[in-house]
Design a protein around this ligand. Structure first.
Ligand SMILES: [Zn+2]
Length: 149
């Protein structure tokens, strides 16, 4: 098992994001909780103190749920209606629970997995890095630092 070393010299085992994420655990220690509600992230881990400020899965969980759960559930409903033409109450007891279950249940583990993957792969927003200041020589021969910007 590989480990990751932090600035303070603390060493944590490198945990697989799929395991910690689906379980809703801290991506660094694997013991603290990731969520404080159904989908709301905590401010940080109560065990190791890792701040979850880095976490920004945005619409990722919803996108995956829509593509791989909602669309098949709606296709099921359409096929059921077209092939069997059942009364409305049949959709209430089959299609509605199916859509609710397939849309709501995967959201939390998917969000946890994406957040833990962000930590694991150190993913973050792209940032522009300003070039390091270079020394230039002006016509008088004095050395000055180039102004950045
Ligand atoms: Zn932790």
């Amino acid at each position: 098992m590989t480990t990751q070393t932090l600035e303070q010299g603390e060493v944590w085992p490198k945990l697989e994001p799929i395991r910690t994420g689906i379980a809703g655990r801290c991506p660094r220690c694997g013991k603290g909780h990731l969520f404080k509600g159904f989908l709301t992230l905590r401010e940080g881990c109560e065990v190791c103190g890792l701040s979850y400020e880095f976490a920004d899965p945005a619409d990722g969980p919803a996108f995956f749920v829509i593509c791989f759960a909602c669309v098949p559930a709606v296709v099921f409903a359409l096929v059921l209606q077209i092939k069997l033409e059942p009364p409305f109450w049949v959709h209430l007891v089959t299609t509605l629970p199916l859509i609710l279950v397939t849309c709501l249940l995967p959201l939390r583990p998917l969000k946890g997995w994406l957040v833990c993957s962000q930590f694991f792969f150190k993913a973050g927003e792209g940032r522009l890095v300003a070039p390091a200041p270079q020394e230039t020589t002006n016509p008088q021969g004095t050395v000055r630092e180039a102004s950045a910007g």
